[in-house]
Design a protein around this ligand. Structure first.
Ligand SMILES: CC(C)(COP(=O)(O)OP(=O)(O)OC[C@H]1O[C@@H](n2cnc3c(N)ncnc32)[C@H](O)[C@@H]1OP(=O)(O)O)[C@@H](O)C(=O)NCCC(=O)NCCS
Length: 384
């Protein structure tokens, strides 16, 4: 029946918010592609995050010359000033790394606040943010874990820099840099409808500076229903403690209507293809008999128990059920899982920002259905 008033879709389910040619989530097929290329191919061993940067910006896979160019731009742009490093270090000790990173990126904004006249600099600003968010994550990690600041080095790739700054290790076991590249790529984009990317579009539409766009999107990503679920799932495995407890503990939590972090998705009605890739990485990288191996076994039990209870409603593991185990296996502290997600996703946010501007950038201004009182007579305080 048509009533003349617009229908309301809670959570904007099913409502398109833009046109985009960046990435495609096919929820029933369980497929994720960037510019038409499958996430499985883009995370093959040896594939770098720099390649994904080139692909999302250019629309095509890069040849070696373009790849080298992207690598050198990221290297050139990733340094932070001493003042910014000092401020980040001072805030990072007393707050969750996600809040420190959100504040750090806002700090990178320029003195003026009118981006439209500078629109021809958008690609430079985008690339600089992809580079600098990663460095900021490294700086926060060093301060958070009480280590001195050691900045980016010329001989490091993007993934190598992140891994060294976060773990403090000068060299890395075989495969770890590859895994970091693949984690960054896997999390780089996920269509424009996810909360963080939608946020980046909304803030872009106000003509805000790119640093304001990314900082706002980091805030959206921090929530446990979004990027924060990777930290939540590992904490849940820590609480469960042993694979043999998983069945009972998860059963109780589901009875209590608890939402299992790393489970369920608005768009996927099958297992998230990113979790399949993550599981391939997990089986390559997790050392048998280690603590992380225990967590991974718990994750597998959680998958089994929760799928048996929820699978017939189309609820399956998403990227975050297993990603924490892979982060932990390469030495990343649990509070730094979501910040790495932010470092990867910055690419998607700025690529969406560019697309939003290119589309005409009309300000987002949806409507509401008002449910409050209408036109009441004001009563002065002495008469109430
Ligand atoms: C991802 C998520 C936010 C999607 O939310 P959504 O599309 O709005 O779905 P809803 O929260 O409305 O859930 C629909 C139903 O499935 C259930 N459900 C959804 N995710 C669940 C989970 N992780 N564990 C248990 N039940 C879940 C809800 O309780 C709800 O049941 P009900 O109809 O009986 O009330 C949600 O699945 C969730 O909170 N998952 C855990 C957090 C997470 O992993 N986030 C990362 C996403 S990549």
């Amino acid at each position: 029946m048509t009533t003349g008033s617009p229908s309301y879709s809670p959570g904007l389910e099913g409502v398109p918010i833009c046109e985009s040619s960046l990435s495609l989530v096919e929820g029933q097929a369980g497929r994720l592609t960037y510019r038409g290329y499958s996430i499985e191919d883009l995370t093959l061993p040896g594939a770098t995050f720099e390649q994904t940067v080139a692909l999302l910006f250019d629309g095509e896979l890069p040849n070696q010359t373009r790849l080298d160019e992207i690598s050198s731009i990221l290297k050139r742009e990733r340094n932070l000033s001493d003042e910014v490093v000092e401020i980040i270090r001072s805030i990072a000790k007393n707050t969750h790394p996600m809040f420190a990173i959100q504040a750090a990126i806002a700090l990178l904004g320029p003195k003026d606040n009118d981006f439209e006249p500078k629109i021809n600099t958008i690609r430079d600003r985008s690339l600089a943010l992809v580079a600098k968010v990663a460095t900021a994550v490294g700086v926060v990690a060093q301060a958070y874990t009480d280590r001195p600041y050691t900045g980016p080095r010329d001989d490091e790739s993007h993934a190598e820099m992140l891994l060294r700054m976060i773990t403090g290790n000068e060299s890395h076991p075989e495969g770890h840099v590859d895994v970091m590249n693949q984690l960054l790529t896997l999390q780089a984009d996920h269509s424009a409808g996810n909360a963080g990317t939608f946020t980046s579009r909304v803030v872009t539409s106000t003509k805000a500076e790119p640093e304001a766009v990314v900082s706002a999107a980091i805030g959206a990503l921090s929530g446990p229903a979004h990027g924060g679920a990777n930290e939540g799932s590992l904490r849940l495995f820590m609480e469960i403690g042993d694979p043999s407890n998983a069945e009972v503990e998860i059963g109780k939590k589901l009875d209590d209507k608890f939402k299992i972090p790393g489970f369920g998705h608005r768009v996927y009605s099958v297992k998230d293809p990113r979790s399949e890739v993550i599981q391939r990485l997990a089986s390559d990288i997790i050392e048998a008999g280690s603590k992380v191996d225990d967590y991974y076994k718990i994750a597998l039990s959680v998958e089994e128990v929760a799928t048996a209870r929820l699978g017939d409603r189309g609820l399956f593991p998403n990227v975050d059920l297993f990603s924490g185990c892979v982060f932990a296996a390469i030495g990343i502290p649990v509070e730094l899982f979501t910040p790495i997600f932010a470092a990867g996703r910055t690419l998607g946010w700025v690529a969406n920002m560019e697309e939003q501007w290119a589309s005409g950038n009309r300000i987002y201004r949806p409507t509401q259905i008002y449910t409050g009182e209408a036109h009441r007579e004001y009563v002065p305080i002495d008469k109430r």
